[in-house]
Each structure stands twice: as C-alpha cells, then as structure tokens.
Ligand binder design. Structure first.
Ligand code: XIL
Length: 360
C-alpha cells in the first residue's frame, strides 16, 4: 500500500517515468542540453586539485558562481586590504573556459566582515559611503567580466515577510537596498542585478514580503533585473507549491535564477548546525525519488518562467563530497547530482532527462 504522505513514496508513485537506468551514449554535457546556462558553485582551489572534478566542471556547466571567494569578508578582510587573488583566479578560469561568471554576493549580512559590522553600528554616514565605495570598487573592477550579481543576498528574515534586521538595515533603513542596486548599476550598466533569498519556494509569507519589496523597488526605478531563488530545498516540499511560487515571481517580468540548487532528504532548520537527521542511508528508492524530483524541477522552471526570463539553473556544488550541507548543518545527506566518488547519481540522469524533454 502506498502512503502518499511519505514524500519519497509519493514522488516514486507519481513521479514521471524515468528511463535513465541505462546510461546514455550521448557524450554531451548538461550545458549542451539547454538554451540557458547550467551552473555550479565553485571552490576553484579544490577544483584545480582534482582532475576529475575539473573535467566535470568544464564539461557539464556553462556558468560559475564562486561559493565563497567573492563574499565581502574574503575580498575585504580588513580595512583597505582588498584581496583580489582568489577572485581574479575565478574570473580568469571562467574566461578561459568560456563560462559565464555570476557574482555572489555584494551585500549580505552573513558575508559582512566583523570590522565592517562594528563600524556600521556606530557611524551611519560611514556605512553609506562605504556601501557605495565597496560596490563601485568591486563591480567596476570586473565590469564586463562578471555577467550578473547578487546585489543583496537574503534581505528577508528567515521566516515571515519582514526585512531582515541587519547592521545595514539598522544603519540606513530599507534604502540600503535601493542604494546598493544604484551603485552596482552605475559601476556596470550591463550587469544583470539580482535580489536573492532562500525558502521563497516554500514559505508563501516570505515570498509575499519579498515580492512586495521587489514591487517597491520597481516603482522607485531601482535597477533590479532579476530574482534569485536559492532553492536549497527538500524532498517533502510539494512541487505544486514550488510551481506557484515561481509563477508569482515570474509575474514581475524579471529574470528568474535558480541560484543555489540542492535537494535534501533530512531537515535543515536554516540555522548553522541545525539539522535533523531522519535518513541515515541513501537507498536505491531514495535515489530514484530524488531523480524524479530533479527531473521535475526543470519542468516546473519551464512551466512557470517564460523563456526570455530564464537566467539559468545553478547548483550549489555538484557532488556529495563537497556539498556545504553536511558541514554546515552537521547532517549526513545526498543533495547533489554526483556522489562522493564523483560518479553521476540517478539525480544526474533525472535532471538530464528533464532538460532533454523540456529543451525548446
Ligand atoms: C555557504 C557556503 O557554501 C559555505 O561554504 C559557507 O561556509 C557558508 O556559505 N546561501 C548563500 C550562500 O547565499 O552564500 C551560502 O554558501 C549558502 C546559503
């Protein structure tokens, strides 16, 4: 008897017929099966140290996001000490391999170094000048080399529809968001500028608050051009809810980026080390269910987002060895397309089938 309340059996039972048990002879990478970029987050040092990882990165993906190296605390760890080495290396790697480079992230509460947070808290005029100067410095340095930016990352509280109470909000009010977008646009008028957040696909209240913010920005002629759904999602988030959420976001007319995709079985409660371990082992049934859910993600994206608004699908790492999920939430899980030995999982074949069926 199939209990439809069990998310895994539900997907298995209702999942689209998957035919990927025998591997395809088609040697093309994922990026060749799509007319929008397919991306991955990258830790360049780790990629360059492993030839298999390197060849998969270049073969499968057409877009890169630095997993950590373009965050403020890496670029400017202390006052006046811009550190470009790692960033320059990613920029060069993307150019050499003809990949799109996506910038992540200019303003983010969790990426702001302590010395900046401390200053902001006591001097709002400094905060204002610094915000403009930092964004101008970084974005103009990479003008034409970084295609788009997460200008503000995670502007909303974890749950519900309110703006996140950050040092930036406390110092400058909601206008810090407008200012950040204006500064980025001035520094590179051709870059595609995003507001990015998590749980938008599953928390209707949060999505509503986020879309109110977007509407406000659009009304004020703030140069926002895209919405990023991080999509750190779970097997038990209903696809019907994801579809509705994507449709609402697409109604803004902005580009939609699935910007940090991974898909877990256990539960992250969105705080560091806050995971709940319900699944200890990755069974063949779970692998099939994950494949079906990844396959359907492509269908949902195509159904909800008109072709000209599809900015791409970016995975937050492509293998279960390097995934941030395990160290960050302190759980065991299997969130990505490739296993710990860098072999393609059923998830890979499912996602691939999704692209093949929906490619138009
Ligand atoms: C994560 C990285 O993957 C980890 O290596 C790091 O320890 C913490 O940040 N949302 C984001 C990303 O916007 O920047 C986060 O990346 C994952 C959640």
């Amino acid at each position: 008897m199939v209990k439809t309340t069990n998310p895994i059996l539900f997907v298995l039972f209702f999942g689209l017929g998957l035919t990927h048990c025998t591997q395809t002879k088609d040697s093309r990478g994922l990026k060749e099966l799509s007319d929008y970029p397919i991306g991955t987050a990258i830790n360049l040092k780790s990629t360059l140290s492993d030839s298999k990882k390197l060849s998969l990165t270049v073969k499968e993906f057409s877009s890169l996001t630095a997993e950590n190296n373009m965050k403020m605390f890496r670029i400017l760890p202390s006052e006046n000490e811009y550190n470009w080495d790692a960033t320059d290396a990613v920029v060069a790697f993307a150019a050499e391999n003809k990949m799109r480079l996506f910038g992540h992230a200019l303003v983010w509460h969790s990426g702001t170094p302590k010395w900046v947070n401390d200053r902001i808290a006591i001097d709002s005029l400094w905060a204002q000048n610094f915000l403009n100067e930092y964004i101008n410095t970084v974005v103009s340095k990479y003008q034409g080399k970084v295609a788009g930016w997460d200008v503000v990352n995670e502007p909303m509280e974890t749950k519900g529809g309110k703006l996140r109470s950050t040092a930036w909000l406390n110092a400058l009010g909601p206008d810090y968001i407008d200012q950040a977008f204006h500064a980025a646009h001035k520094a590179d008028p051709n870059a595609t500028l995003f507001l990015n957040d998590f749980n938008l696909e599953r928390d209707p209240l949060k999505l509503e608050g986020f879309l109110d913010l977007v509407e406000q920005l659009q009304k004020n002629n703030v140069p926002i051009s895209g919405i990023g759904f991080q999509m750190h999602y779970r097997m038990d988030i209903p696809d019907s809810l994801i579809l509705k959420s994507l449709e609402k976001a697409a109604n803004t007319g902005l580009k939609i980026h699935l910007s940090e995709v991974d898909l877990i079985f256990n539960t992250h409660d969105d705080s560091q080390a806050g995971g709940v371990q319900s699944y200890e082992n990755f069974t063949p049934e779970m692998a099939q269910a994950q494949a079906a859910k990844y396959k359907n993600l492509v269908a949902l994206y195509h159904k909800a987002v008109p072709k000209e608004q599809r900015y791409g699908i970016t995975f937050w790492g492509f293998n279960d060895r390097d995934t941030w999920i395990k160290p960050f939430f302190k759980i065991k899980d299997w969130p990505t397309l490739f296993d710990e030995q860098l072999n393609p999982k059923e998830a890979y074949w499912g996602f691939r089938e999704g692209l093949e069926e929906n490619f138009n």
